[in-house]
Design a binder for this molecule. Sequence first.
Ligand code: TXA
Ligand code: MG
Length: 310
Amino acid sequence: MRTRILQPGDGVAEAVSLLAEGLPVALPTETVYGLAADALSPGACACVFEAKERPLSDPLIVHIPSLDWLSRIAAPSPLALALAERFWPGPLTLVLPRQALVPDIVTAGQDTVAIRMSAHPVFAEVLQAFGRPVAAPSANRFGRISPTCAAHVASELDGRIAMILDGGPCTHGIESTIVHVLPNRLQILRPGPITEDDLRAFAPAFHGPSGIAAPGGLKSHYAPRTKLVIERSPKPKGARNGLLSWSHTGEGFLQAEFLSCSGDLREAAANLYGAMRRLDEAGLDLIIAEALPEYGIGAAIMERLRKAAA
Ligand code: TXA
Ligand code: MG
């Protein structure tokens, strides 16, 4: 199969017609690129698992075109509704009790469903025109680094999908925050652009494993092929070491990637996966990642680095 990269405009109509045929297409979101398919079609969702080589035990996030779909897909509590109203469209995924309309392949047979509404204008345009929700995991092969531009998607899935809609680089650059909404508490399953402080304004929040066997909850995930370690004060250990830098000058390293020259954690998040990919492609024998401060979105960046190092 030839994978075409199309621009918004013609690309939107083409993406909608492929979705309607039950085929997956890669679409930009504000977090990372997603591999989207009709969420209400088990066959279309099966193609997503196949293209990614993703185990069927790992459920997908349902992305809805508008808020009125929320209660058709899930059973939102007042707390869930308040979060959706505050943070959607945006980088927050809610795990809620599911409705029967959602196919089992999407939820991996769980009684909950993960759901979000993306703020990316191109993604929103496709969903408005398609008129149905799409299931969309990150558009990488299973266990690999999430794509933050169309070229990353091509390097992951070329020849496996019909098209990539090029919406430019992703603003946030790391995946959405995932929250399991409990009766009076919020369980953070994956840290992300919506921070713990943002959530605490609504209910007490705590971190905890989802209980799903194979998700981004796995210890090793987001993995480069090159060995990666995290250090507070990085020092090269050999001639072919690369540096993923937060504040280090890069001196002594064969190659260095700088996450943010102005010390901005949001900029660092947006640059993270592209920088990891460039280091991974440089033929190094070790990548040393400098530890970042763990406040705000820094906590989410460090979680990704720990998984890359595992
Ligand atoms: O930013 C994002 O969330 C991106 C964009 C494309 O929307 N999507 C994304 O999807 O990161 P994915 O599949 O790569 O990661 C979703 C995570 C997986 O670790 C999955 O196990 C978990 O969400 N998940 C999905 N449904 C769940 C559920 N019902 N309960 C707990 N975790 C769930
Ligand atoms: Mg993923």
